[in-house]
Write a protein that binds this ligand. Structure first.
Ligand code: MN
Length: 490
Protein backbone atom coordinates (compact mmCIF):
# COMPACT_ATOMS: atom_id res chain seq x y z
CA UNK A 1 0.00 0.00 0.00
CA UNK A 2 1.22 3.46 -0.77
CA UNK A 3 0.88 6.32 1.67
CA UNK A 4 0.50 8.83 -1.19
CA UNK A 5 -2.87 10.44 -1.53
CA UNK A 6 -3.83 12.67 -4.43
CA UNK A 7 -6.06 15.47 -3.14
CA UNK A 8 -6.42 16.84 -6.65
CA UNK A 9 -4.41 17.10 -9.83
CA UNK A 10 -4.08 19.57 -12.64
CA UNK A 11 -3.61 18.39 -16.22
CA UNK A 12 -1.28 20.34 -18.52
CA UNK A 13 -1.28 19.35 -22.17
CA UNK A 14 0.43 21.17 -25.00
CA UNK A 15 0.11 20.16 -28.62
CA UNK A 16 2.64 20.00 -31.40
CA UNK A 17 1.12 19.59 -34.85
CA UNK A 18 2.78 18.92 -38.19
CA UNK A 19 0.73 19.83 -41.25
CA UNK A 20 1.77 18.95 -44.80
CA UNK A 21 1.09 21.87 -47.09
CA UNK A 22 -0.58 21.19 -50.45
CA UNK A 23 1.90 23.04 -52.64
CA UNK A 24 2.63 21.73 -56.12
CA UNK A 25 6.37 21.43 -55.53
CA UNK A 26 8.51 20.66 -52.50
CA UNK A 27 9.78 23.13 -49.91
CA UNK A 28 13.22 23.87 -51.35
CA UNK A 29 13.16 22.38 -54.83
CA UNK A 30 10.95 21.91 -57.91
CA UNK A 31 10.39 18.16 -57.34
CA UNK A 32 6.62 17.52 -57.22
CA UNK A 33 4.79 17.31 -53.90
CA UNK A 34 2.33 14.45 -54.34
CA UNK A 35 0.90 11.35 -52.67
CA UNK A 36 0.60 7.76 -53.82
CA UNK A 37 3.32 7.81 -56.50
CA UNK A 38 5.81 4.95 -57.13
CA UNK A 39 8.49 4.85 -54.40
CA UNK A 40 11.40 7.26 -54.85
CA UNK A 41 9.91 8.81 -57.98
CA UNK A 42 9.48 12.30 -56.52
CA UNK A 43 13.16 12.94 -55.95
CA UNK A 44 15.84 15.13 -57.45
CA UNK A 45 19.45 15.96 -56.49
CA UNK A 46 18.27 18.40 -53.80
CA UNK A 47 15.94 15.85 -52.16
CA UNK A 48 18.70 13.24 -52.33
CA UNK A 49 21.14 15.62 -50.67
CA UNK A 50 23.71 15.31 -53.43
CA UNK A 51 26.73 17.60 -53.09
CA UNK A 52 26.71 20.98 -54.79
CA UNK A 53 22.93 21.41 -54.91
CA UNK A 54 21.41 24.59 -53.52
CA UNK A 55 17.92 24.95 -52.01
CA UNK A 56 15.44 27.58 -53.24
CA UNK A 57 12.54 28.54 -51.00
CA UNK A 58 8.95 27.79 -52.08
CA UNK A 59 7.16 31.14 -51.73
CA UNK A 60 3.71 29.55 -51.81
CA UNK A 61 4.54 27.44 -48.74
CA UNK A 62 5.49 30.60 -46.85
CA UNK A 63 2.19 32.21 -47.88
CA UNK A 64 0.18 29.18 -46.79
CA UNK A 65 1.94 29.21 -43.41
CA UNK A 66 1.27 32.91 -42.90
CA UNK A 67 -2.43 32.33 -43.65
CA UNK A 68 -2.64 29.61 -40.98
CA UNK A 69 -0.71 31.87 -38.59
CA UNK A 70 -3.17 34.70 -39.16
CA UNK A 71 -6.12 32.34 -38.65
CA UNK A 72 -4.58 31.36 -35.29
CA UNK A 73 -4.23 35.00 -34.28
CA UNK A 74 -0.42 34.92 -34.49
CA UNK A 75 2.08 37.70 -34.99
CA UNK A 76 3.82 37.31 -38.35
CA UNK A 77 7.55 37.94 -38.21
CA UNK A 78 8.67 40.69 -40.62
CA UNK A 79 12.09 39.01 -40.72
CA UNK A 80 12.77 35.31 -40.45
CA UNK A 81 15.44 32.85 -41.52
CA UNK A 82 16.21 29.16 -42.05
CA UNK A 83 18.21 26.93 -39.72
CA UNK A 84 19.74 23.52 -40.04
CA UNK A 85 18.64 20.91 -37.51
CA UNK A 86 21.24 18.17 -37.65
CA UNK A 87 20.54 14.54 -37.13
CA UNK A 88 21.61 11.36 -38.84
CA UNK A 89 18.81 9.10 -40.00
CA UNK A 90 18.24 7.16 -43.24
CA UNK A 91 15.05 9.09 -44.07
CA UNK A 92 17.03 12.34 -44.23
CA UNK A 93 19.78 12.15 -46.87
CA UNK A 94 21.25 15.61 -46.16
CA UNK A 95 21.72 14.66 -42.48
CA UNK A 96 20.01 17.88 -41.51
CA UNK A 97 16.48 19.15 -41.75
CA UNK A 98 15.94 22.75 -42.87
CA UNK A 99 13.72 24.29 -40.20
CA UNK A 100 13.30 27.51 -38.23
CA UNK A 101 14.83 27.72 -34.76
CA UNK A 102 14.84 31.06 -32.96
CA UNK A 103 12.86 33.18 -35.44
CA UNK A 104 9.66 31.31 -36.32
CA UNK A 105 7.47 32.77 -39.06
CA UNK A 106 4.44 32.96 -36.71
CA UNK A 107 4.30 33.43 -32.93
CA UNK A 108 2.18 34.47 -29.92
CA UNK A 109 -1.29 33.60 -31.14
CA UNK A 110 -4.54 32.74 -29.41
CA UNK A 111 -7.35 30.55 -30.65
CA UNK A 112 -10.76 29.96 -29.05
CA UNK A 113 -12.39 26.55 -28.98
CA UNK A 114 -15.79 25.55 -27.60
CA UNK A 115 -15.48 23.60 -24.33
CA UNK A 116 -17.80 20.74 -23.33
CA UNK A 117 -19.68 22.89 -20.81
CA UNK A 118 -20.57 25.42 -23.52
CA UNK A 119 -17.95 27.94 -22.47
CA UNK A 120 -15.06 29.13 -24.61
CA UNK A 121 -11.52 27.93 -23.96
CA UNK A 122 -8.64 30.03 -25.23
CA UNK A 123 -5.53 28.18 -26.38
CA UNK A 124 -2.34 30.18 -26.70
CA UNK A 125 -0.20 29.41 -29.73
CA UNK A 126 3.49 29.58 -28.92
CA UNK A 127 4.80 29.44 -32.46
CA UNK A 128 4.32 28.09 -35.96
CA UNK A 129 7.29 27.57 -38.22
CA UNK A 130 8.01 26.05 -41.60
CA UNK A 131 10.30 23.13 -42.26
CA UNK A 132 10.70 20.19 -44.60
CA UNK A 133 9.39 16.67 -44.02
CA UNK A 134 11.62 13.59 -43.97
CA UNK A 135 11.18 10.45 -46.08
CA UNK A 136 9.49 7.26 -44.95
CA UNK A 137 11.09 4.17 -43.49
CA UNK A 138 9.22 0.96 -44.25
CA UNK A 139 9.80 -2.14 -42.17
CA UNK A 140 7.89 -4.70 -44.18
CA UNK A 141 8.02 -5.64 -47.87
CA UNK A 142 5.20 -4.62 -50.21
CA UNK A 143 2.42 -7.12 -49.56
CA UNK A 144 3.20 -7.13 -45.85
CA UNK A 145 5.93 -9.79 -45.84
CA UNK A 146 8.32 -9.51 -42.91
CA UNK A 147 11.87 -8.44 -43.83
CA UNK A 148 15.03 -8.07 -41.79
CA UNK A 149 16.05 -4.81 -43.40
CA UNK A 150 14.46 -1.40 -43.87
CA UNK A 151 13.18 0.19 -47.09
CA UNK A 152 13.55 3.93 -47.64
CA UNK A 153 11.01 5.89 -49.71
CA UNK A 154 12.05 9.50 -50.18
CA UNK A 155 8.87 10.71 -51.92
CA UNK A 156 7.81 12.55 -48.78
CA UNK A 157 11.28 14.03 -48.13
CA UNK A 158 11.27 17.77 -48.66
CA UNK A 159 7.48 18.22 -48.43
CA UNK A 160 6.62 21.61 -46.86
CA UNK A 161 5.66 21.04 -43.25
CA UNK A 162 4.11 23.60 -40.94
CA UNK A 163 4.86 22.86 -37.29
CA UNK A 164 2.48 24.48 -34.81
CA UNK A 165 3.27 24.47 -31.08
CA UNK A 166 0.70 25.47 -28.46
CA UNK A 167 1.24 26.44 -24.84
CA UNK A 168 0.24 23.72 -22.32
CA UNK A 169 -3.27 25.15 -22.03
CA UNK A 170 -5.39 22.06 -22.61
CA UNK A 171 -6.82 20.52 -19.43
CA UNK A 172 -8.86 17.67 -20.92
CA UNK A 173 -8.32 15.15 -23.75
CA UNK A 174 -11.58 16.40 -25.31
CA UNK A 175 -10.22 19.96 -25.64
CA UNK A 176 -7.17 18.57 -27.45
CA UNK A 177 -9.33 16.82 -30.04
CA UNK A 178 -11.65 19.78 -30.45
CA UNK A 179 -8.66 21.99 -31.23
CA UNK A 180 -7.32 19.42 -33.70
CA UNK A 181 -10.67 19.26 -35.48
CA UNK A 182 -11.00 23.03 -35.64
CA UNK A 183 -7.49 23.23 -37.05
CA UNK A 184 -8.40 20.70 -39.73
CA UNK A 185 -11.37 22.87 -40.73
CA UNK A 186 -9.15 25.93 -40.92
CA UNK A 187 -6.49 24.42 -43.18
CA UNK A 188 -9.18 22.98 -45.45
CA UNK A 189 -11.04 26.30 -45.53
CA UNK A 190 -7.85 28.19 -46.36
CA UNK A 191 -7.04 25.59 -49.00
CA UNK A 192 -3.48 25.19 -47.69
CA UNK A 193 -3.71 21.45 -46.92
CA UNK A 194 -6.13 18.66 -47.70
CA UNK A 195 -5.91 17.83 -44.00
CA UNK A 196 -6.57 14.13 -44.63
CA UNK A 197 -5.55 12.25 -41.50
CA UNK A 198 -5.28 8.84 -43.17
CA UNK A 199 -2.80 10.30 -45.66
CA UNK A 200 -0.68 11.72 -42.85
CA UNK A 201 -1.39 15.34 -43.80
CA UNK A 202 -1.81 16.16 -40.11
CA UNK A 203 0.18 14.53 -37.31
CA UNK A 204 -0.34 15.31 -33.64
CA UNK A 205 2.05 15.08 -30.71
CA UNK A 206 0.58 15.93 -27.32
CA UNK A 207 3.01 16.63 -24.48
CA UNK A 208 1.56 15.88 -21.13
CA UNK A 209 2.28 16.34 -17.45
CA UNK A 210 0.43 16.65 -14.16
CA UNK A 211 0.63 18.81 -11.06
CA UNK A 212 -0.50 16.48 -8.29
CA UNK A 213 -1.35 18.00 -4.91
CA UNK A 214 -1.01 15.53 -2.03
CA UNK A 215 -2.79 15.48 1.33
CA UNK A 216 -0.25 17.87 2.88
CA UNK A 217 -0.66 20.42 0.09
CA UNK A 218 2.69 19.68 -1.56
CA UNK A 219 2.62 19.83 -5.38
CA UNK A 220 4.37 17.04 -7.32
CA UNK A 221 5.08 17.76 -10.98
CA UNK A 222 5.41 14.74 -13.22
CA UNK A 223 7.95 14.89 -16.07
CA UNK A 224 6.63 15.94 -19.46
CA UNK A 225 6.16 13.07 -21.89
CA UNK A 226 5.47 13.49 -25.56
CA UNK A 227 3.40 10.97 -27.54
CA UNK A 228 4.71 10.84 -31.10
CA UNK A 229 2.89 10.80 -34.42
CA UNK A 230 -0.80 10.37 -33.68
CA UNK A 231 -2.81 10.63 -36.87
CA UNK A 232 -6.44 10.22 -35.96
CA UNK A 233 -8.67 12.28 -33.71
CA UNK A 234 -9.89 9.28 -31.73
CA UNK A 235 -6.35 8.01 -31.10
CA UNK A 236 -5.27 11.51 -30.09
CA UNK A 237 -8.00 11.62 -27.47
CA UNK A 238 -7.50 8.05 -26.25
CA UNK A 239 -3.71 8.35 -26.03
CA UNK A 240 -3.90 11.64 -24.12
CA UNK A 241 -6.44 10.23 -21.66
CA UNK A 242 -4.32 7.09 -21.16
CA UNK A 243 -1.10 9.00 -20.58
CA UNK A 244 -2.72 11.26 -17.95
CA UNK A 245 -3.82 8.19 -15.99
CA UNK A 246 -0.49 6.43 -16.49
CA UNK A 247 1.41 9.35 -14.96
CA UNK A 248 -1.04 9.69 -12.09
CA UNK A 249 -0.90 5.99 -11.23
CA UNK A 250 2.87 5.85 -11.57
CA UNK A 251 3.11 8.57 -8.94
CA UNK A 252 0.45 7.03 -6.70
CA UNK A 253 2.07 3.60 -6.81
CA UNK A 254 5.79 4.46 -6.76
CA UNK A 255 6.13 8.18 -6.04
CA UNK A 256 8.16 8.47 -9.25
CA UNK A 257 7.74 11.61 -11.33
CA UNK A 258 9.27 9.98 -14.43
CA UNK A 259 11.74 11.28 -16.98
CA UNK A 260 11.27 13.73 -19.79
CA UNK A 261 10.75 11.23 -22.60
CA UNK A 262 9.07 10.20 -25.80
CA UNK A 263 6.22 7.70 -25.94
CA UNK A 264 4.41 5.99 -28.77
CA UNK A 265 0.84 4.71 -29.00
CA UNK A 266 0.30 0.96 -29.24
CA UNK A 267 -3.00 0.75 -31.05
CA UNK A 268 -3.48 -2.98 -30.50
CA UNK A 269 -3.00 -2.80 -26.72
CA UNK A 270 -4.38 0.75 -26.43
CA UNK A 271 -1.52 1.92 -24.23
CA UNK A 272 1.35 4.40 -24.50
CA UNK A 273 4.80 2.81 -24.65
CA UNK A 274 8.15 4.35 -23.78
CA UNK A 275 10.38 4.92 -26.83
CA UNK A 276 13.35 7.01 -25.77
CA UNK A 277 14.48 9.75 -23.43
CA UNK A 278 14.25 13.11 -25.03
CA UNK A 279 16.95 14.99 -26.92
CA UNK A 280 17.77 18.50 -25.82
CA UNK A 281 17.75 21.25 -28.45
CA UNK A 282 21.54 21.53 -28.32
CA UNK A 283 21.85 17.90 -29.46
CA UNK A 284 20.57 19.09 -32.84
CA UNK A 285 23.34 21.69 -33.30
CA UNK A 286 20.99 24.25 -34.86
CA UNK A 287 22.71 26.91 -36.95
CA UNK A 288 21.58 29.32 -39.71
CA UNK A 289 21.55 27.70 -43.15
CA UNK A 290 24.17 29.53 -45.21
CA UNK A 291 22.54 28.43 -48.48
CA UNK A 292 19.28 30.32 -47.99
CA UNK A 293 18.49 34.04 -47.81
CA UNK A 294 16.31 35.38 -44.97
CA UNK A 295 12.58 35.90 -45.54
CA UNK A 296 11.25 39.46 -45.37
CA UNK A 297 7.48 39.76 -44.98
CA UNK A 298 6.54 43.37 -45.77
CA UNK A 299 3.22 45.10 -45.08
CA UNK A 300 2.05 44.95 -48.70
CA UNK A 301 2.53 41.19 -48.89
CA UNK A 302 0.84 40.66 -45.52
CA UNK A 303 -2.12 42.86 -46.49
CA UNK A 304 -2.59 40.91 -49.71
CA UNK A 305 -2.61 37.59 -47.81
CA UNK A 306 -5.15 38.97 -45.31
CA UNK A 307 -7.32 40.03 -48.24
CA UNK A 308 -7.11 36.52 -49.73
CA UNK A 309 -8.16 34.92 -46.44
CA UNK A 310 -11.29 37.03 -46.14
CA UNK A 311 -13.68 36.03 -43.41
CA UNK A 312 -12.70 32.94 -41.41
CA UNK A 313 -15.25 30.18 -40.64
CA UNK A 314 -15.65 31.08 -36.96
CA UNK A 315 -16.34 34.75 -37.76
CA UNK A 316 -18.72 33.76 -40.52
CA UNK A 317 -20.66 31.35 -38.27
CA UNK A 318 -20.96 34.10 -35.68
CA UNK A 319 -22.24 36.59 -38.25
CA UNK A 320 -24.79 34.11 -39.60
CA UNK A 321 -26.20 33.54 -36.11
CA UNK A 322 -25.99 37.09 -34.76
CA UNK A 323 -26.83 39.31 -37.70
CA UNK A 324 -28.56 36.95 -40.14
CA UNK A 325 -30.52 35.08 -37.48
CA UNK A 326 -29.76 31.52 -38.61
CA UNK A 327 -29.69 28.65 -36.14
CA UNK A 328 -26.19 27.62 -35.00
CA UNK A 329 -26.54 24.32 -36.89
CA UNK A 330 -27.57 25.98 -40.17
CA UNK A 331 -24.85 28.60 -39.73
CA UNK A 332 -22.22 25.91 -39.19
CA UNK A 333 -23.35 23.96 -42.27
CA UNK A 334 -23.28 26.98 -44.56
CA UNK A 335 -19.96 28.24 -43.18
CA UNK A 336 -18.25 24.85 -43.14
CA UNK A 337 -16.69 25.36 -46.51
CA UNK A 338 -15.79 28.64 -48.05
CA UNK A 339 -17.61 28.21 -51.37
CA UNK A 340 -20.97 27.32 -49.83
CA UNK A 341 -20.71 30.36 -47.56
CA UNK A 342 -19.81 32.54 -50.54
CA UNK A 343 -22.79 31.20 -52.52
CA UNK A 344 -25.11 32.00 -49.62
CA UNK A 345 -23.69 35.52 -49.14
CA UNK A 346 -23.87 36.31 -52.86
CA UNK A 347 -27.47 35.07 -53.15
CA UNK A 348 -28.48 37.28 -50.23
CA UNK A 349 -26.58 40.20 -51.76
CA UNK A 350 -28.57 39.63 -54.97
CA UNK A 351 -31.63 40.72 -53.03
CA UNK A 352 -33.27 37.78 -51.26
CA UNK A 353 -34.28 37.12 -47.65
CA UNK A 354 -31.38 35.33 -45.87
CA UNK A 355 -33.53 32.77 -44.09
CA UNK A 356 -35.34 31.83 -47.30
CA UNK A 357 -32.01 31.40 -49.13
CA UNK A 358 -30.63 29.33 -46.25
CA UNK A 359 -33.66 27.02 -46.28
CA UNK A 360 -33.50 26.67 -50.04
CA UNK A 361 -29.79 25.74 -50.00
CA UNK A 362 -30.01 23.46 -46.97
CA UNK A 363 -33.04 21.52 -48.18
CA UNK A 364 -33.24 21.32 -51.98
CA UNK A 365 -29.64 22.41 -52.53
CA UNK A 366 -28.22 19.73 -50.29
CA UNK A 367 -30.48 17.06 -51.76
CA UNK A 368 -29.33 17.92 -55.30
CA UNK A 369 -25.70 17.93 -54.13
CA UNK A 370 -26.14 14.46 -52.62
CA UNK A 371 -27.83 13.15 -55.76
CA UNK A 372 -25.07 14.42 -58.03
CA UNK A 373 -22.25 13.43 -55.64
CA UNK A 374 -20.79 16.93 -55.86
CA UNK A 375 -20.41 19.62 -53.20
CA UNK A 376 -23.27 22.15 -53.19
CA UNK A 377 -21.02 24.99 -54.30
CA UNK A 378 -19.89 23.00 -57.35
CA UNK A 379 -23.40 22.54 -58.73
CA UNK A 380 -22.95 25.72 -60.75
CA UNK A 381 -26.01 27.43 -59.28
CA UNK A 382 -25.97 31.19 -59.92
CA UNK A 383 -26.54 33.43 -56.88
CA UNK A 384 -28.95 35.71 -58.80
CA UNK A 385 -31.10 32.72 -59.81
CA UNK A 386 -31.18 31.43 -56.23
CA UNK A 387 -32.29 34.89 -55.14
CA UNK A 388 -35.01 34.95 -57.81
CA UNK A 389 -36.35 31.59 -56.68
CA UNK A 390 -36.27 32.63 -53.00
CA UNK A 391 -38.26 35.74 -53.89
CA UNK A 392 -40.82 33.73 -55.88
CA UNK A 393 -41.43 31.63 -52.76
CA UNK A 394 -41.72 34.70 -50.56
CA UNK A 395 -44.17 36.27 -53.03
CA UNK A 396 -46.31 33.12 -52.89
CA UNK A 397 -45.72 32.53 -56.59
CA UNK A 398 -44.28 29.09 -56.05
CA UNK A 399 -44.70 26.55 -53.28
CA UNK A 400 -41.54 26.07 -51.16
CA UNK A 401 -41.68 22.27 -51.14
CA UNK A 402 -41.59 20.10 -54.29
CA UNK A 403 -42.19 22.85 -56.91
CA UNK A 404 -39.26 25.01 -55.68
CA UNK A 405 -37.07 21.89 -55.67
CA UNK A 406 -37.98 21.19 -59.30
CA UNK A 407 -37.11 24.73 -60.38
CA UNK A 408 -33.76 24.53 -58.57
CA UNK A 409 -33.05 21.22 -60.27
CA UNK A 410 -33.80 22.74 -63.70
CA UNK A 411 -31.51 25.68 -62.88
CA UNK A 412 -28.60 23.19 -62.76
CA UNK A 413 -28.83 22.78 -66.54
CA UNK A 414 -30.50 25.95 -67.68
CA UNK A 415 -29.51 29.49 -66.81
CA UNK A 416 -32.81 31.32 -67.22
CA UNK A 417 -34.94 33.50 -64.92
CA UNK A 418 -36.46 31.35 -62.18
CA UNK A 419 -39.93 32.69 -62.94
CA UNK A 420 -39.61 31.65 -66.59
CA UNK A 421 -38.57 28.15 -65.59
CA UNK A 422 -41.37 27.85 -63.04
CA UNK A 423 -43.81 28.96 -65.73
CA UNK A 424 -42.41 26.49 -68.29
CA UNK A 425 -42.76 23.69 -65.76
CA UNK A 426 -46.32 24.80 -64.99
CA UNK A 427 -45.40 25.41 -61.36
CA UNK A 428 -46.32 29.05 -61.02
CA UNK A 429 -49.13 29.60 -58.57
CA UNK A 430 -51.83 31.99 -59.46
CA UNK A 431 -52.24 34.72 -56.91
CA UNK A 432 -54.86 36.23 -59.16
CA UNK A 433 -57.70 36.76 -56.70
CA UNK A 434 -60.38 36.90 -59.40
CA UNK A 435 -59.44 33.34 -60.49
CA UNK A 436 -59.65 32.22 -56.87
CA UNK A 437 -62.97 34.01 -56.35
CA UNK A 438 -64.37 32.38 -59.49
CA UNK A 439 -63.29 28.91 -58.32
CA UNK A 440 -64.87 29.45 -54.92
CA UNK A 441 -68.10 30.73 -56.48
CA UNK A 442 -68.21 27.68 -58.76
CA UNK A 443 -67.81 25.39 -55.74
CA UNK A 444 -70.54 27.13 -53.80
CA UNK A 445 -72.85 26.83 -56.80
CA UNK A 446 -72.24 23.06 -56.86
CA UNK A 447 -73.07 22.94 -53.13
CA UNK A 448 -71.24 19.60 -52.52
CA UNK A 449 -71.49 17.52 -49.34
CA UNK A 450 -68.30 18.88 -47.66
CA UNK A 451 -69.79 22.37 -47.95
CA UNK A 452 -72.95 21.26 -46.15
CA UNK A 453 -70.82 19.48 -43.54
CA UNK A 454 -68.74 22.59 -42.97
CA UNK A 455 -71.83 24.76 -42.61
CA UNK A 456 -73.28 22.33 -40.09
CA UNK A 457 -70.15 22.87 -37.96
CA UNK A 458 -67.78 20.11 -39.09
CA UNK A 459 -64.45 21.97 -39.20
CA UNK A 460 -62.72 18.86 -40.61
CA UNK A 461 -64.49 19.37 -43.94
CA UNK A 462 -62.46 22.55 -44.61
CA UNK A 463 -59.45 20.72 -45.99
CA UNK A 464 -61.63 18.87 -48.49
CA UNK A 465 -63.13 22.16 -49.61
CA UNK A 466 -59.71 23.71 -50.24
CA UNK A 467 -58.83 20.69 -52.35
CA UNK A 468 -62.02 21.05 -54.35
CA UNK A 469 -61.37 24.75 -55.05
CA UNK A 470 -57.81 23.94 -56.16
CA UNK A 471 -59.23 21.44 -58.64
CA UNK A 472 -61.43 24.09 -60.26
CA UNK A 473 -58.41 25.82 -61.81
CA UNK A 474 -54.75 24.84 -62.20
CA UNK A 475 -52.00 26.47 -60.16
CA UNK A 476 -53.97 28.39 -57.56
CA UNK A 477 -51.97 29.52 -54.55
CA UNK A 478 -53.19 27.23 -51.75
CA UNK A 479 -52.44 29.77 -49.02
CA UNK A 480 -54.57 32.40 -50.69
CA UNK A 481 -57.34 29.89 -51.43
CA UNK A 482 -57.50 29.03 -47.72
CA UNK A 483 -57.68 32.71 -46.72
CA UNK A 484 -60.38 33.60 -49.23
CA UNK A 485 -62.46 30.52 -48.54
CA UNK A 486 -62.42 31.20 -44.79
CA UNK A 487 -63.56 34.77 -45.38
CA UNK A 488 -66.28 33.70 -47.79
CA UNK A 489 -67.71 31.07 -45.47
CA UNK A 490 -67.53 33.39 -42.46
MN1 MN B 1 9.07 19.40 -36.57
Amino acid sequence: MSDRICKFYEVLVGLEIHIQLATRSKMFTAAPNAFGQPPNSLVDPQVLGLPGVLPVMNKRAVEYSIKVGLALGCQIAPFTKWDRKSYYYPDLPKNYQISQYDLPLCSSGTFDIPDDDGSTKTIRIRRAHLEEDAGKLIHEAPGGHPIDYTIVDLNRAGTPLLEIVTEPDFTTPRQVTTFAQELQKIVQYLGVSEGQMQMGHMRFEPNINLHVTDQTGVVHRTAITEIKNLNSFSVLEKATAYEIQRQLHQWLETGALGQKSTYGWDDAREITVHQRDKEEANDYRYFPDPDLVPVIVDDTWLAELKRQIGELPAARRKRYVESVGLSPVDAATLAADRHTGDLFDQSVAAGAAPKRVATLLLSHGRRLANESGKPLAQLNLKPNRIAELANLIDQNKIAPAEPAGKVLERLLQQDAPAEQIASELGLLQSSDTSAIEAAIEALIAQNPKPLQDYKSGKQAAFGALVGMVMKQAKGLNPKLVQERLKQKLG
